[in-house]
Structure formats: C-alpha cells, structure tokens
Design a protein around this ligand. Structure first.
Ligand code: ADP
Ligand code: MG
Length: 354
C-alpha cells in the first residue's frame, strides 16, 4: 500500500494562482521521493498541503490509507523541515528539538530523553545548550532535522533542506541525509530545484512544471529517457544536445547527419514531421576518424574545451550548430581539429512536443 496517495490535488491561492493543478501522486512506504522543478512550479505548496499547512482547493490526500485532506497539521503524523529551518531563536538547541513533543504533551523526562536521542543521531550532543544564532548553518540544519524526527513521524517532509549550505557542506550534508533516511527507513518527500541533488538522493523523482508532474521515474529513467523536452532540458549537469531535425524514410536529418529513427518510435512518426533530437554529451563519443554521416554522426570543428575535472566537455561546431561531447581526461582533441560526435546505440531520443 502506498504511504502517501494524492488524487486530483488542486491548490488555487487567493488572487487566482493555480499552484497545483489536479495532481496525482503515490509515494511508497519507506521511499525517498524527490519533488524536483524550477522555482515557482508548486513544490513548496505541495509539501505544505501534504503537511496540512495549506488547505487543498480540491482533491484528496491519504496518508497510510486514511483521508487527512481536512485534518489539521498536528493530526497528520508528519515531520517537516522548512527551507529557512524556522528554528525558535530564543530557546536552546535541546528545547528546539523537544518542541514537537511539548506540543504533543509528552512528559518532561520523556521529552528530554527523546530530544537527546535525536540530538545524538544528528551529531549535536555538546551543542544542546546553545541558541540557534550560536550555531553554523550546517548545525542549524541538523537541529531542524532532529526537531522534525523527534516525534518519530510516519512521514518526513523536507523543503530544500540543503539549499542554504555552501557547496562543500551541501555535499557532506547530502550524504548524511541519505544515510539517516536509510537508517530510519521513514517515508520521505524531499523538495529541491537542484537536479543533481534529486538524482543523487532519491529512489524516485517527480519532475514538476506549473503545478503538474511532467515525468515520474527513477533517477536512471529520468536521466536516460526524459519523457519530454521540458525534462530533457532540466535534467543533467551538462545540458543535453537538442537539435532540430526532420523525419524522412525511417531516418532523421539533423545537424547535417542522418540518424536512424529509434526502434521504439519507428513507423509512428510520419514523413516530413519536424522533431527535436536529444542526445546527452555523456552518450556521444568523439572520433577523429571520419565517420559516415549516413551512419549517424555529427561532424564539426572542435571550438571549445571545458575541463569538468576527470573529464572534459568538447564543443564541436557543425553544420547544424554546436554539439557537445564529454571525453575522458587526457583524450581531449586540440581546438581546430575536425572530428565526429558518434552517438552510442539506443541513446538518441526524438521529441515531438515542441
Ligand atoms: P516552488 O516551491 O516550486 O518554488 P511554490 O509552491 O512556492 O513554488 O509556489 C507556486 C506558485 O504559487 C508560485 O506562482 C507562487 O508565486 C504562488 N504562491 C506560493 N505561495 C503563495 C501564497 N501564499 N499566496 C499566493 N500565491 C502563492
Ligand atoms: Mg519552494
């Protein structure tokens, strides 16, 4: 049974912004689930509506089978971490962590013991007497996590918990968060606008745009086979090559090359259809040996080489525009070299969604 079941969820704010648009979603028990999308696509609204901090305009939310759509936050058994952590500035770390237990009217000794346990889990022992202003950003973030966990909620909701940390700390905190979720096994919905973070952490990802889900899948699925141009452009540290072409006789003419139409869509696309060909720089190989363009390779002149650390991004200026290829460190061609970008089998995708 799904732990979170959302059907037809719509949120229209006063003033008329439709932040969620008839959204359906199932999150499995114990899953680490990422909501990914650009700023303003409705991620925070979805999380706050699951938590009960916003009321749904329409649709239903079930947690562990029971309908909570109209229940107040305190009766939903969720723990939430806010993007700005929202710690109470005037009380110390331990009292901050213990706060949800106070709301639940747990006995004082019990509150203290459980808050200590949560502080220990997040490596905060020794800091429990400090106020939030006396902590680093990373420590504040861990206090927010401990406070969300202390009441052992059934569901853990995290709104961009790593976005206020600097780049190096963010990577460390990311690994720590994954370790914690694996250890606790708690169903987690994690909001981020950072595609690399979602790919690294999540069991599954929902890519959102304008209050809707544009693709839902595992990190490997959304990386290898983006379902539409929006997802294709959004996912990937190096942007996917997206090249306009035209279908004719079971092949696509694109960027001066002729590529076979991929098996899964062969016969479905009529001759003369304009398409966009998508191929990731990671799925192209650079070759100086002349390749037959009829065999499906993009020819051009090497113009720019960018070091990525461990590999390099090579830009080939060709007939149909620039094509980018990732090459291993040490095998970069010289600028000015004529060469070919050869797609690996099965890695060229066709889009008709414009
Ligand atoms: P995200 O978290 O993906 O950046 P949000 O859920 O915060 O997106 O916002 C989704 C949309 O709803 C945006 O257009 C935003 O301006 C609007 N919005 C968010 N909160 C409110 C609010 N309290 N009142 C009115 N509009 C809001
Ligand atoms: Mg947000």
């Amino acid at each position: 049974m799904a732990d979170i079941t959302i059907r037809g969820l719509t949120k229209v704010y006063p003033g008329g912004v439709r932040a969620l648009d008839a959204l359906d979603l199932d999150v499995a028990e114990g899953e680490f689930f990422a909501l990914l999308g650009p700023s303003g696509c409705g991620k925070t609204t979805l999380l706050r509506t699951i938590a009960g901090l916003e009321t749904a305009t329409d649709g239903t939310i079930r947690l562990a089978g029971s309908d909570v759509t109209r229940l107040p936050p305190g009766r939903r058994d969720v723990g939430m971490v806010f993007q700005d952590y929202a710690l109470f500035p005037h009380i110390n770390v331990l009292d901050n962590i213990a706060y949800p237990l106070r709301v639940k009217r747990a006995a004082r000794a019990d509150r203290y013991r459980r808050a200590k346990d949560a502080a220990g889990l997040l490596g905060l022992l020794g800091l429990d007497g400090r106020r939030p202003a006396e902590l680093s950003g990373g420590q504040q973030q861990r206090v927010a996590l401990a406070r969300a966990l202390v009441a052992e909620p059934r569901i853990f909701l995290l709104d961009e918990p790593l976005s206020n940390l600097d780049a190096r700390l963010r990577l460390e905190a990311r690994t720590q968060l994954k370790r914690l979720q694996l250890h606790l096994g708690v169903t987690t919905v994690f909001v981020t606008h950072d595609q690399a973070e979602a790919l690294a952490l999540a069991d599954r990802i929902a890519v959102m745009e304008a209050g809707r889900i544009r693709q839902l899948g595992t990190p490997v699925e959304v990386f290898r086979r983006p379902a539409n141009l929006f997802v294709a452009a959004f996912i990937g540290s190096t942007p996917m090559n997206l090249l306009p072409g035209t279908v004719r006789d079971a092949s696509v003419t694109v960027a001066g090359a002729r590529l076979p139409v991929p098996d899964d869509v062969r016969g479905e696309i009529p001759d003369g259809t304009d398409v966009v060909c998508g191929v990731r720089p990671e799925y192209l190989d650079f070759s100086e040996v002349p390749a037959d363009p009829a065999g499906g390779a993009f020819g051009g002149t090497v113009s720019v080489i960018e070091h990525l650390g461990g590999s390099s991004l090579v830009t080939l200026d060709g007939e149909g525009g620039p094509v980018r290829v990732v090459v291993a460190e040490g095998s970069e061609p010289e600028p000015g070299t004529e060469g070919w970008a050869v797609p690996r089998p099965g890695r060229v995708l066709l889009y008709r969604d414009g």
